[in-house]
Design a protein around this ligand. Structure first.
Ligand SMILES: CC(C)(COP(=O)(O)OP(=O)(O)OC[C@H]1O[C@@H](n2cnc3c(N)ncnc32)[C@H](O)[C@@H]1OP(=O)(O)O)[C@@H](O)C(=O)NCCC(=O)NCCS
Length: 160
């Protein structure tokens, strides 16, 4: 379901703060929003709670952030970053950005860029020496605007 931003919100150029995911965000359309990115079947409140708590146990190593539209009370943008701890690069850390999506009714207002900036700031604060992500070729320009450069190729094997 697309969320139309209230005209007043757009005209006022509201800042739409980015915050971390909260348990109550399920009822604000968080799962519906992920459905605009890829297959995301409905899940029960119990499933959501269990996964939420599992992720929370990773502390700052796995952060999901969201933007809520105060007028509609809906979640209109999200993204996540996972901090991978390595032995190489003097026990360095790499940030992996995943699942960036902006509601179709709220695109083109720099909310996606805001989400990516939040995730990059978090990775930097965690000491990551680089941040990487996979994206469809049609989103290459978006990530370039966010400061990324194309590198290597993506390989994938789906196991189910
Ligand atoms: C890709 C997506 C997250 C962009 O979000 P958005 O909020 O509309 O993008 P922004 O408004 O922050 O765009 C920032 C800049 O990138 C540009 N941009 C946005 N999408 C672009 C695209 N697909 N190709 C080229 N440039 C793009 C914008 O024009 C803007 O440029 P500007 O700074 O010169 O004005 C959004 O279109 C989306 O959710 N798409 C569907 C889900 C998806 O594919 N997610 C990516 C998973 S890898």
């Amino acid at each position: 379901m697309e969320t139309k931003l209230a005209p007043a919100a757009e005209e006022a150029g509201e800042c739409f703060p980015v915050r971390r995911l909260q348990i109550t965000d399920k009822s604000k359309g968080f799962i519906d929003l992920l459905g605009q990115l890829t297959v995301c079947d409905p899940i029960s409140d119990e499933q959501f709670l269990a996964r939420f708590q599992d992720l929370k146990s990773n502390g700052d190593d796995h952060v999901i952030c969201v933007i809520e539209d105060d007028h509609s009370g809906r979640i209109i943008a999200t993204g996540s970053v996972f901090v991978e701890k390595k032995f190489i690069r003097n026990c360095g850390k790499v940030g992996h950005i995943e699942d960036v999506v902006v509601d179709s009714g709220a695109r083109g207002k720099h909310l996606g860029q805001k989400i990516v900036r939040f995730l990059l700031d978090h990775a930097r604060s965690m000491g990551c020496y680089k941040v990487i992500l996979d994206c469809d070729v049609e989103n290459k320009g978006f990530y370039e605007k966010c400061g990324f450069k194309e590198k290597s190729v993506q390989m994938a094997m789906y196991l189910d």
